[in-house]
Design a protein around this ligand. Sequence first.
Ligand code: IMP
Ligand code: MG
Length: 181
Amino acid sequence: MRESGQDQLKVLIRNAAIQKRVREVAKQITRDFRGQRLHLVGVLKGACIFLSDLIRHIDLDTSIDFMSVASYGKGQRSSGEVRLLKDLDTSIEGMNVILVEDILDTGLTLSYLLRVLQQRKPKVLRVAALLDKPSRRLIKDVKADYLGFEIPNEFVVGYGLDYAERYRNLKDVCILSLPPE
Ligand code: IMP
Ligand code: MG
């Protein structure tokens, strides 16, 4: 148990386990797109660490781009509202695209992004997510084609995931419990 101020952190997934799983996911992607080019689209900011580890284990001709959306405020609760803050730099028409997300929670963010990207006519559009909290899903038909870990309904931070922009630099994925308000 680590503490920062009044917040309590408990390790849920150790970095070594994350690294092992990321290598497996990268291998699967490499197999699925053998002989083809690949374009990874990272969802800022949470997915940046997952994406940067993932891409180094993908043995294909791979390019990257990023999008940024606002789906959460500064707290733990989903606002239910998704806004596009940063769009892609280049067209994805005719490309093999994998959208890379940190966590699939209610599914609101992902279903919005998939709708936006599908309109741009990629050849293939898939989703890679590090974490999935299936018990929280509001949009039933969104799923990750490539998934790191399914986790229980806990608020997690670390390995890119934040609480009010903090804790992204933790190596492990940790459960965060906040002091009562
Ligand atoms: P969704 O739209 O509810 O699926 O939420 C997706 C986004 O919410 C993720 O990309 C995260 O930025 C954020 N999020 C959801 N659950 C957590 C969590 O447990 N910790 C940190 N961020 C989270
Ligand atoms: Mg995010």
